[in-house]
Design a protein around this ligand. Structure first.
Ligand SMILES: [Zn+2]
Length: 264
């Protein structure tokens, strides 16, 4: 739940029906109150196993920080996570859902845990075709995903700025691509780009409102397809069931915290 403290505490639920705009980032809107760029924080919350939180902000946009989810994860772990008495509710896929749009593809298949496999094909000498797969039930979010930063082309930045987007963008909060390299090396991972797409997808799928049990596969998708998958799932209740599962299968922040290593 997002709460705008600058607007008398107006609340906007982090749920698919409030999705407003999905060009460069995912934004929520309720009664014309906007919450912009929700995906990195929501990703950090899912990655740390949190499904019940109130996020207060005094502005319409969440801070971009370093362009990854890492600062959010660090802050969450520093403040602590309270385990609640009520068992966690999961959205367990019962049937597959596949969405295709030209050469873009996104799908979710029934599974006992939450895993994501993402493929990108980006025309750039440092990227090209990259695939990354991760199972989120074993703490790999912290080590494999959280630190991956967003990226963009230098020549797109000016156009985006003119649309009023990425107002706070700089070399400190994104990987800036030039024609044949990057302006601000080094990369945190050789395949940081596709890992960031996984980070975004996890954040967008948080808008299902429950943690998911399913195997998600995406190929050249983006925020629009991520949130289209959310809408499709929420619209058709025959695709899934609500369930509580044994704690062994679930995220266990106390254990995963051990896997957290400080950034180099
Ligand atoms: Zn992102």
């Amino acid at each position: 739940m997002f709460r705008r403290v600058d607007l008398d505490g107006f609340e906007v639920e982090a749920i698919g029906r409030n999705v407003a705009r999905v060009s460069y980032a995912t934004s929520l809107m309720k009664k014309s109150v906007l919450i912009s760029t929700t995906e990195h924080l929501l990703s950090a919350l899912i990655g740390t196993g949190i499904d019940n939180a109130i996020v207060e902000l005094d502005n319409l946009e969440l801070p971009i920080l370093d362009g990854s989810a890492r600062p959010f994860v660090d802050a969450i772990l520093k403040s602590g996570i309270r385990k609640q008495r009520r068992p966690r509710t999961y959205l367990r896929m019962r049937r597959e859902v596949e969405i295709r749009e030209g050469d873009k593809f996104i799908a979710v298949y029934p599974a006992d845990s939450y895993s994501v496999s993402y493929t990108i094909n980006f025309p750039h000498p440092l990227i090209g075709r990259e695939t990354f797969s991760v199972d989120l039930s074993n703490g790999s979010y912290f080590t494999e995903i959280a630190a991956a930063r967003t990226f963009g082309f230098l020549h797109q930045a000016e156009a985006m700025r003119q649309q009023g987007l990425i107002r706070g963008a700089s070399h400190d909060n994104a990987i800036v691509l030039t024609q044949d390299g990057i302006m601000n090396p080094p990369l945190r991972f050789k395949d940081e780009f596709v890992r960031h797409k996984v980070l975004d997808l996890i954040g967008d799928l948080a808008l299902l409102g429950r943690q998911i049990l399913g195997r998600v596969v995406a190929d050249r998708a983006g925020h629009a397809m991520h949130t289209a998958l959310v809408s499709r799932i929420l619209r058709d209740h025959s695709l899934w069931e609500e369930t509580t599962v044994d704690a062994e299968l679930a995220h266990t922040p106390d254990d995963t915290r051990l896997a957290v290593q400080p950034m180099a």
